[in-house]
Design a protein around this ligand. Structure first.
Ligand SMILES: [Ca+2]
Length: 354
């Protein structure tokens, strides 16, 4: 809407009064023909100029705002990416530090085991040691004697008479956990080199090739006791909860350490050792461990059939250990599981996983 007053020139362009630029004001105040058409034309021209000026100024302002917003968003993205890089780099550095600390803990545990005199290590075996504070985090370690467990590979290693004793011992463990004793044959078939299934509980390739997906028996000693989950019959209840914690897989025939074996493993040593007697043997265990003579003369073993002739199957000091080394640095955590073998004072790492 355009309003025109003759005496004083007030321009209203659209709905808002507008202030004319200098040139337009001069043009509006100069003498001009009083014809209504000419005056209206001048005012229309003036309003047009003012509108274009405002439009141009508005466009410039919007462009400046857009540019500022663009710069701000680019800067924010760069800062965010930089912070992400800093955090990622920090995590990598902390992860590397944690891994090296964990390796150091593993070596330290090996030194302790190598230097420990007979029985001395029993004060720190079988439980997690208190955390050790280090700059930016903490370390912890747990050392377990694997010879306190039943070595599944004993079923197919060593002398035939020794293997027979181990088969009986494994059957007692299966019975203790409520599993069929014949499953011992399936495990022995899984480990032995031939393809002749034992009767009635054995299983060779023919059993496993029918499965989906099909697979074959290992026909060799285990490198990890968890492999038993693949063996016929071990998908039943009683394996994971009861039997698995009592088993290990070591690369050679390994005697049971009577100073670290839990009661179910001690009870499996001979038919006459019932759970009560086994618990007595654990409860009476000296702080520095039994000597072999002390163990075999314990009243709980009287009349059980376990005697000095079984000495080669037993030991009072282990040679294989599982070391769990944990290092927490910043947000990074590394846990190493290391199988250590002790030969006198020398300790070496046979396997390591994280
Ligand atoms: Ca076999």
């Amino acid at each position: 809407m355009t309003v025109i007053k003759k005496k004083s020139v007030v321009l209203v362009c659209g709905n808002r009064p507008g202030k004319l630029p200098a040139e337009t004001q001069i043009a509006a105040s100069s003498p001009a023909p009083r014809t209504p058409g000419t005056q209206a034309g001048l005012i229309a021209a003036s309003c047009g100029a003012a509108g274009r000026f405002r439009n141009e100024r508005g466009a410039a302002l919007i462009s400046a705002l857009l540019a500022a917003a663009l710069v701000a968003s680019v800067a924010a993205a760069m800062i965010s990416a930089q912070q992400l890089d800093i955090r990622r780099t920090g995590n990598i550095i902390h992860g590397d530090q944690a891994y090296l600390y964990a390796r150091g803990v593993e070596s330290w545990a090996g030194l302790l085991l190598g230097r420990a005199a007979e029985g001395e290590e029993y004060e720190y075996l079988g439980h997690t040691l208190p955390p050790i504070p280090v700059e930016g985090g903490h370390l912890s370690v747990r050392v377990d004697d694997l010879q306190g467990l039943f070595n599944v590979n004993n079923l197919v290693l060593g002398s035939e008479s020794g293997q027979e004793h181990q088969r009986l011992m494994f059957r007692r463990l299966l019975r203790y956990c409520g599993l069929e004793e014949e499953l011992e044959q399936a495990v022995s078939d899984w480990l032995d080199a031939d393809q002749e299934p034992r009767f009635p509980g054995g299983a060779e390739d023919g059993e496993y090739l029918r499965r989906n997906p099909p697979y074959r028996t290992a026909d060799r000693p285990l490198t990890d006791a968890d492999e038993l989950a693949l063996v016929y019959g071990f998908e039943h209840e009683g394996y994971e909860e009861c039997l698995k914690p009592l088993l290990t897989a070591l690369p050679e025939v390994a005697a049971v350490n009577v100073n670290t074996a839990p009661a179910p493993v001690l009870a499996a040593l001979a038919e006459g050792i019932d759970p009560y007697r086994a618990e007595q043997l654990v409860a009476d265990r000296p702080e520095m461990g039994y000597t072999m003579a002390e163990f075999l003369e314990h009243p709980a073993l009287a009349g059980t059939g376990l005697g000095t002739e079984d000495g080669p199957l037993l030991t009072v000091q282990g040679r294989y250990f599982m070391v769990q080394s944990e290092a927490v640095i910043g947000q990074s955590r590394v846990m190493l599981h290391s199988l250590l073998q002790r030969e006198g004072e020398n300790v070496r790492t046979l396997q390591r996983s994280r």
